[in-house]
Design a protein around this ligand. Sequence first.
Ligand code: PGA
Length: 260
Amino acid sequence: MTIPQRRPILAANWKMNMTLAEGGAFVKELLARSLPAGVEVVICPPFTLLHLLGEKLQGTSLKLGAQNMYFEEAGAFTGEVSPLMLKDAGAHYVILGHSERRAHFKEEDSLVGKKVGAALEHGLSPILCVGETLEERKEGKTLEVVERQLAGGLAAVPRERAGNMVIAYEPVWAIGSGQAATGGDAREVSAFIRRLYGDQFGREAESSLRVQYGGSVKGDNIRDFTGYPEIDGALVGGASLKADSWHAILQAVGQQISAP
Ligand code: PGA
């Protein structure tokens, strides 16, 4: 089957980094440079920067994303932020089920699934993260783990909204380790994710699904991933924190898609 062209999506996951001043300076520096057409660029700052960046990104080609949310709209949920609040601050995307949330905050597939459903219901596009630990990989359980995480994470996705999902394949051992997966391994899992998605939501949804790779992506290895038709971009942590290293990634993908 030939896979149609999808718009690549590169998302910066700033994690728990950046003050208002730092985030503002980053965006100013980035917007002063030429950004590749044909690539969707998303910045996902901590909650405290959402509103500021929402204003700064208005009218630019950059989109705003959050790193988490709760699934209820409002109420007695101390410390949580709702989909309505993210929309209000200007977010289009929300990262859900990141491995750091699964590991440190004990988020389970069932909770991630509720969040994904609520995000879609409110017009936010989830970036659903899945991926195996090193131990699981060594035991040959990679696909099994990804399948389980997808089953839970996609449980509340209605078929008519299946076109609004992004899935990030992020092997846990590759995150922040400097040890990226090989392009071939990422391709194999991305193809698997696509196939399962198609089984659940139909082939049209499969062909419009964007699958990112994440884990130690930098300007000099991004094309090892985006060179494959099954991989539509990346979710980037460390290398998204400096305008220089982030811009190098955007440029690399921009050149790749404009090459004949
Ligand atoms: P990294 O993080 O690029 O620093 O490995 C990726 C992520 O956690 O999304």
